[in-house]
Design a protein around this ligand. Structure first.
Ligand SMILES: Cc1cc2nc3c(=O)[nH]c(=O)nc-3n(C[C@H](O)[C@H](O)[C@H](O)COP(=O)(O)O)c2cc1C
Length: 187
């Protein structure tokens, strides 16, 4: 095996979510791959959003957004939300929406996992703004749980790879985190 140098536009595999916010008083949703948790307590996550997106306008106005995690049954709608801008097409009626305590964080009834978030900080880059937000409320479909926790086999989320622009299913569990490595301890 030889390691070869490749183009710098490299992306780790990404979970696919929908970012919801209110723009001009209407719910709007965009597809999002650049998302990560970034603090444990308080529970913070970060999303990198292009400054040209309609969603960006909404988050700048309201400081609130939702992270809605779709299952594979919502793949077409999710991809559509990543192709079409709310500036050109109203995406509000694509989903049945509900709300928790944040009035500008629209949640999606058909998404098995929904997080309502409030922006606490932001970092400006050339094309994107990284919004860091606190998860204020979390909702899960009670038929897709593993005990009291989200059951990811049941949720059936999907993954994006770039630059081949493919969606992948999660696949089978192949190990236990913070556990399997112990087998190498003391070798
Ligand atoms: C799978 C997928 C993932 C995407 N991830 C991001 C992302 O992380 N950040 C971003 O700014 N745009 C991302 N986009 C592009 C936006 O979703 C797309 O431009 C969308 O139409 C913007 O909608 P809006 O103008 O209504 O906000 C992604 C698109 C797709 C299809």
């Amino acid at each position: 095996m030889t390691q070869v140098q490749i183009n710098l536009q490299v992306f780790p595999p990404m979970p696919v979510v929908l970012v919801g916010t209110h723009v001009a008083g209407r719910p709007n949703f965009m597809a999002q791959g650049w998302i990560t948790r970034c603090n444990y307590e308080p529970p913070l996550l970060a999303v990198a959003i292009n400054k040209g997106h309609y969603t960006y306008e909404g988050i700048m106005q309201t400081r609130q957004f939702s992270i809605c995690i779709p299952g594979r049954d919502l793949l077409l709608e999710t991809d559509y939300c990543g192709i079409v801008s709310g500036r050109d097409e109203d995406k509000a009626d694509l989903f049945e929406v509900f709300y928790g305590n944040l009035p500008s964080a629209p949640l999606i009834a058909d998404c098995p996992l929904n997080l309502a978030c409030y922006v606490v900080n932001e970092l400006e880059f050339t094309t994107n703004t990284l919004f860091i937000a606190e998860i204020c409320e979390a909702y899960a479909d009670n038929t897709k749980m593993d005990g009291t926790r989200p059951g990811f086999r049941e949720i059936d989320p999907f993954i994006l790879t770039m630059p081949d622009n493919s969606y992948w299913s999660l696949g089978e569990p192949i190990g236990k985190a913070w556990q399997d490595g112990k087998k190498l301890d003391g070798e």
